[in-house]
Design a protein around this ligand. Sequence first.
Ligand SMILES: [Zn+2]
Length: 453
Amino acid sequence: MLDILIKNGVYPDYSENVLKKGNLGLKDGKIEYIGLDEPEASQVIDAADRVVSPGFIDIHMHEEDFHEGKKYVIANMMLKQGVTLAVGGNCGVLYQTVREFRDTVDELGGAPINYMMLSGYNSYWTALGLGHFDKSSPEQRKSIIDSMKKDLEAGAIGISFGIEYDPGITEEEIIEATKLSDDDRLLVAAHYREDCLGNIDSIEEMVDIQSKINKRFQISHLSSCSALGMMDESLELINSYMAKDPRLNYDTYPYNAFATNMGSTVFDPGCLEGWHKDYSDLLLTDEPYLYQFATKESFEDCRAHYPEMLVVAFVMNEDEIAAAIANPNGMIASDGILANGHGHPRAGGTFPRVLGKYVRVDNKLDIVTALRKMTLEPAKRLDMEHRKGDIHLGADADLTIFDPDTIMDGPSFQDLDIPNQGIDYVIINGQIALKDNEFVDDRLGRFIPYSEK
Ligand SMILES: [Zn+2]
């Protein structure tokens, strides 16, 4: 007998790019039945008028900082937006070593979602006392690489760089670091060197890196780099390169504002002029300026005294964001990040926002294409498509059931707790994790090490 039968719904068939009618039977964490019959099951979910999608895979987010407490905050928000697998450790940043992260997930009895991790170059750069614009010595580079190798041993699936955060990191150094293992299945991801005026040069640098390494390379959160007037040119460059080497790809998120720490080089003098924006386009996200738009005085106070505070910068153009989402290449990812529980709503609303705003309301892309960019494409990047990101017999039963007519993001820039609409169920490893925005079981996810890919 099946554990769960999900009947009367439709699911994406990526080979034909259609939504197909079919009942799904789940047993022991796997999809065991697909068809039009109704085999006996302990539990039946009626998914009439609903889409039964593979669970969303967020290939670019920022995991918990367990130094803030051994508890989940961002993973809970991920689950509430239908994410069943997330990849942390992006943009060169780790809040703890991969071993520490993995052990803490075990200690907490699992996680709300499945997690995979990258190792972050910048974290080890900073740990050595290197400043943003310093140059590393050969000994220092060896030390960083040794630390990253330990993360790979602990189960990391790749490595990441935040070039803009520490511009002292050279292209040669990145290429050298990617040789820490000759495994061509390791994923390499990088946050560009410079947005705005340096945008095309930054993309060219990443394309050049890709051409010199025998690995998959991912350009991080493209819209935050290019939706400032250079998206057409950026997409042309990326698409033409991808036609030759599809191991390059990018992720992007659906908001016209980015967010990063106040102390970052991103907010160095001249940033506002470069963006043609003012202090009032920056939203401060923690006390003593919680959800206040900045003034010259509060901006300077935060730069001096609250460097860890996340700042939301409304600097991107809406039509360019849509272009990055609708482009045939590219994946949807949240880049979700929180500090002290505060941050940018992308941590909680990215996937329903794409399906609600960009698919249903603005009609920028069709629903199956959008789902492919948030399930099958990231699964392929992770070498997980035999198990995740697609509905087929034997696949892991990670599923998100939603109403395509009502799905929409809830979290706003001033209130991250507004619930998303239209997500009925999230199923992880064959069991119900979330029903109607309420947790049923928030420990169904686990850390997935590289060895289990
Ligand atoms: Zn980044």
